[in-house]
Write a protein that binds this ligand. Structure first.
Ligand code: 5RP
Length: 281
């Protein structure tokens, strides 16, 4: 999949993509624009039971250094764009918040830059991606292009838009693209020449919905998921991540993965609502 890349880049990508070609990335970067959102108020304790199931963690640099032990051995995907929050009219007015050399100092396996294509600040965000691709290339640091939507683009989670946005990330040099799953997703994958991982999006109604999203995305050609809220906002986060892992790395179908999730619920800890006033929107 990454054969033609330099060794350093391939080595970094190997900590994100497992030998079976699939990638289970746990996204916990939401605080960069949402603050202490439900389920991620205390990142260190939220991720502790989940780490053994994942290939990599996607997070902001400050949460890496403050909440992740320095003997962490999984892949590290650092959020490198940001600048607005949910208290602003929209979140698309981003700039680069981390430079490539700083990411390498933090032993990042990759950096993630969001693009909000077609939004008010879309051009700026595309330039953020190109700037990072050029800087990261000098360090053999892979770049994850993230097709973000925000408020203005929230109705754009459909194949024509997502194919457009994903392809542009690939055209500009992203090594892997993160986008949303949608109906006809195989077309999004087919039109994007680099591997795709899917975000989970806001919390779905049931664990089965989450597993179906993962299974269908893989069937359509995604290499994996970069999923957050549907894991750590679940009633039983560890059971859900085990099910997701089952689909990605153990060839389970949805029924089998759901059986695994249900069987683990009695053995794994239920998520406790820590605070009643967390702001999610
Ligand atoms: C926010 C992000 C998130 O990492 C991404 O949306 C994945 O998380 P979730 O599965 O909760 O949507 O990049 O911009």
């Amino acid at each position: 999949m990454f054969e033609n890349m330099p060794w350093g880049k391939r080595n970094r990508l190997a900590s994100i993509v497992a030998p079976d070609g699939h990638a289970l990335m746990l996204a916990i970067d939401h605080g960069y624009f949402m603050g202490p959102t439900t389920g991620m108020e205390k990142p260190a304790s939220a991720i502790a039971p989940l780490v053994s199931y994942i290939d990599s963690l996607m997070l902001s640099p400050g949460i890496l250094t403050s909440c992740v032990p320095s003997d962490f051995r999984k892949g590290i995907v650092l959020r490198a764009s940001g600048g607005n929050t949910i208290l602003d009219p929209d979140i698309d007015n981003e700039e680069l918040i981390l430079d490539a050399a700083e990411a390498v100092k933090l032993n990042a396996s990759a950096v993630a830059v969001s693009v909000f294509i077609g939004s008010e600040h879309g051009h700026r965000t595309i330039m953020n991606l190109t700037e990072m691709v050029n800087a990261a290339s000098k360090l053999n640091l892979p770049v994850l292009g993230v097709t973000a939507v925000g408020k203005a683009l929230k109705d754009k989670k459909e194949k024509r838009y997502l194919a457009h946005a994903s392809r542009i990330c690939a055209e500009l040099g992203a090594d892997v693209v993160k986008t949303y799953y949608c109906e006809g997703f195989e077309e999004v994958v087919a039109k994007c020449p680099v591997p795709i991982v899917v975000a989970g999006g806001p919390k779905l109604n049931t664990d089965k919905d989450v597993l179906e999203l993962c299974f269908n995305a893989i069937q359509c050609g995604a290499i994996g998921v970069d999923m957050g809220r549907n894991v750590w906002q679940a009633a039983y986060p560890e059971a859900v991540i085990a099910g997701v892992r089952g689909i990605l790395h153990e060839n389970l179908n949805v029924t089998q993965a759901l059986e695994l999730v249900e069987s683990l619920k009695s053995k794994k800890t239920k998520r406790i609502e820590l605070f009643s006033e967390t702001r999610d929107e």
